[in-house]
Ligand binder design. Structure first.
Ligand code: TXA
Ligand code: MG
Length: 316
C-alpha cells in the first residue's frame, strides 16, 4: 500500500526524482508525473495499463505556464481560461515542441488544465515542471474520487498519495478543443455545455469518433466489473431474483428491490451532489454481493449530461 498524507514537500521530492505521485483535484484523483520527461510519462502509461493511443492531460499551476506548452492560443480558449480556470475545464491546443509526443499520443495538440484544489495548486506552483496526469484508476475502470480509492487499486505501484479528501466535483473535466476559432466539445464533464456556450457561443459536439481523439470517448469506459444496465425501467431478467440486483437511483429508491441494495445519488435531486457521489457509489455497488447493477438516468441537463454519459459508457 502507498502512504497517504498532505506532505507537499514529499510529493515534490518524489516527482523531481522522476517518480509518480497520485494527486487530488476537484474532479477525480490523478496519477501524476513530470509531463516534460518522456520516460516518466511512459511509466504513467505502464502503471495505468493505458494504451498509448490515449493522450494525457497536462496540469499547470497558473496561467503563465501554458505558453510553454501550447502555441497559437485561440481567442476563445483565452476567454474560457479566464472564465473557468482554475476549474474542471481542459483545453486542447496546438502543442509546443517541448511537450513529449508520448503525452499527446502523437497528436499535434496537447490537453491542458489548471485544476482547482489547494494542495495540488501549491504543488504545481512549487514544481519546476507541469504534471501529466490521467485519472488514477486502471484503464477502463471507475475513476477514483478519494485517496483510498487510489490506494485500493494502484497502491502497490505507488509510494505516495497526496490526500486532499473527497473530490468536490466528482466527474472529470469537460474537454474543449478548437477548429480555428470554432470550439469543439470532446468530453462532457464538470462544467456544463450551457455554461461554456454562454462564454464562447455554440459548441460543435464531437463526442464520438471511430478513431478516438479523446478516448474518454471510447464506448466502454468508467466501468465497474459487474454488468451495468443503464435504464429507467427496472425490468428484472427472468433468471435473476431481486436479491441479485443492485440499483443506482437518482433521487429515490424503487419498491421493487430490497432497500440495502439501492444507493441514492441525491435524495434532494441535486445534480452536483449526484456527480460527487457517482463514482464512489458505483464502487460500492461493484463490491456488493449482487450480480448486476441497474443505473437510472438522471435529468439530462447541466452536470446531468456528464453523469448520463459516464453511466452509458459504463454500460457498454
Ligand atoms: O478531470 C480530469 O480531466 C482528470 C483529472 C485528473 O485532471 N483527468 C482525466 O484524465 O480525466 P484522463 O486521462 O482519464 O482523460 C483524459 C482525456 C482522455 O479522454 C484523452 O483522450 C483526452 O483527455 N485528451 C488528452 N489529450 C488530448 C488531445 N490532444 N486531443 C483530444 N483529447 C485529448
Ligand atoms: Mg480516465
Amino acid at each position: 500500500m502507498a502512504e497517504m498524507g498532505q506532505d507537499i514537500q514529499k510529493a515534490i521530492d518524489l516527482l523531481v526524482a522522476g517518480k509518480l505521485v497520485a494527486i487530488p483535484t476537484e474532479t477525480v484523483y490523478g496519477l501524476a508525473g513530470n509531463a516534460l520527461d518522456a520516460s516518466v510519462v511512459a511509466q504513467i502509461f505502464q502503471v495505468k495499463r493505458r494504451p498509448h493511443f490515449d493522450p494525457l492531460i497536462v496540469h499547470i499551476g497558473n496561467l503563465n505556464q501554458w505558453s510553454d506548452l501550447a502555441l497559437d492560443i485561440p481567442k476563445a480558449a483565452n476567454k474560457l481560461a479566464q472564465e473557468f480556470w482554475p476549474g474542471p475545464l481542459t483545453l486542447v491546443l496546438p502543442k509546443h515542441p517541448q511537450v513529449p509526443d508520448l503525452v499527446s499520443a502523437g497528436l499535434p495538440t496537447v490537453a491542458i488544465r489548471l485544476p482547482n484544489h489547494a494542495l495540488t495548486s501549491e504543488l504545481l506552483n512549487r514544481l519546476p515542471f507541469p504534471l501529466a496526469a490521467p485519472s488514477a484508476n486502471p484503464f477502463g475502470y471507475i475513476s477514483p474520487t478519494t485517496a483510498q480509492h487510489v490506494n485500493q487499486q494502484l497502491g502497490h505501484e505507488l509510494e505516495y498519495i497526496l490526500d486532499g479528501g473527497p473530490c468536490v466535483i466528482g466527474v472529470e473535466s469537460t474537454i474543449v478543443g478548437f477548429e480555428d476559432e470554432q470550439p469543439l466539445l470532446y468530453r462532457r464533464g464538470g462544467i456544463a455545455q450551457e455554461q461554456i456556450e454562454a462564454v464562447c457561443g455554440p459548441l460543435k459536439v464531437v463526442l464520438k469518433s471511430s478513431n478516438p481523439q479523446a478516448p474518454g470517448m471510447l464506448d466502454a469506459h468508467y466501468a465497474p466489473r459487474k454488468p451495468l444496465k443503464f435504464s429507467s425501467e427496472l425490468s428484472l431478467p427472468a433468471d435473476l431474483m431481486p436479491m441479485h440486483i443492485g440499483r443506482l437511483c437518482f433521487s429515490k429508491k424503487s419498491h421493487k428491490l430490497p432497500e440495502q441494495q439501492q444507493l441514492v445519488l441525491s435524495p434532494s435531486g441535486n445534480l452536483s451532489e449526484a456527480a460527487q457521489n457517482l463514482f464512489a457509489y458505483l464502487r460500492l455497488l461493484d463490491e456488493m454481493s449482487i450480480k448486476i447493477i441497474f443505473a437510472e438516468p438522471v435529468p439530462d441537463h447541466g452536470l446531468g449530461r456528464a453523469i448520463n454519459d459516464r453511466l452509458k459508457r459504463a454500460s457498454s
